[in-house]
Write a protein that binds this ligand. Structure first.
Ligand SMILES: [Cu+2]
Length: 144
């Protein structure tokens, strides 16, 4: 019995460890999710300052690109390679808007709210989203 418990706790420990390598939040980049196509599995995530978000390249052909003017002041450009897992450590509080470069007009957009800081919401509202993303962005921004 004790032996089994020890094995179980070791297993749980390993699971927790492997999870931490994958970041504090994991978002999948997908060709399909239910009725939607070209999407991030989570469109809005909320994290603490210093947390890492991990984007898993579950299906190929996607990436993550911070939108110009859609991140807190002082945050540098961030654009990942296609077909690859990506991660980013969010050290500056505020709202971060990003899209998938080839699917930015198909609704493949996402937001990260860091430290519950929404002080740059007016800048976020000024972003020129294109195509299908316009309506989706408006709804998501309202939900922030
Ligand atoms: Cu994409």
């Amino acid at each position: 019995m004790l032996n089994k418990l020890l094995k179980l706790s070791t297993l749980i420990g390993l699971l927790l460890m492997s999870n931490s390598f994958a970041g504090d939040v994991t978002i999948e980049m997908l060709n399909k999710l239910g009725k939607e196509s070209m999407v991030y599995s989570e469109k809005v995530v909320r994290v603490e300052v210093g947390d890492t978000v991990f984007w898993k390249a579950t299906t190929k052909g996607h990436n993550v690109e911070f939108i110009k003017g859609g991140v807190p002041t002082g945050v540098e450009k961030f654009k990942t390679k296609f077909n690859q897992d990506a991660q980013y450590k969010f050290n500056v509080p505020g709202i971060y808007a990003y899209w998938c470069t080839p699917h930015k007009s198909m609704g493949m957009i996402g937001f990260v709210v860091v430290g519950n800081d929404k002080s740059n919401i007016e800048e976020i509202k000024k972003i020129k989203f294109v195509g299908k993303s316009k309506k989706i962005a408006a709804e998501l921004i309202n939900s922030l």
